[in-house]
Write a protein that binds this ligand. Structure first.
Ligand code: SF4
Length: 79
């Protein structure tokens, strides 16, 4: 999982067009999910996907800005 999250951060920094399109759909699903929480330590992370800015998933603990851009999966199969 760490590898895919690191890949997500790399994708986040690179902002690939295709990955952003997929990430946007995932971010919308995360934004409507009760497991998306705002993280105090992520408050400094700015994101073009405002739906997940500063948020993490409380099911896996991953920062959502990176997770939605990684090859990881949603732990409850929403995407
Ligand atoms: S990754 Fe899945 S469980 Fe986590 S916040 Fe997004 S939709 Fe919810």
């Amino acid at each position: 999982m760490i590898k895919s999250i690191l890949s997500g951060w790399k994708n986040y920094l690179a902002k690939s067009e295709v990955t952003e399109a997929v990430a946007k759909k995932r971010a919308a699903l995360c934004a409507a999910c009760p497991h998306a929480q705002q993280g105090k330590l992520l408050a400094f992370v700015k994101d073009t996907l405002k739906e997940v800015e500063g948020a993490y998933c409380n099911q896996c603990g991953c920062p959502l800005s990176a997770k939605v851009r990684s090859n990881d999966i949603c732990p409850i199969n929403k995407w």
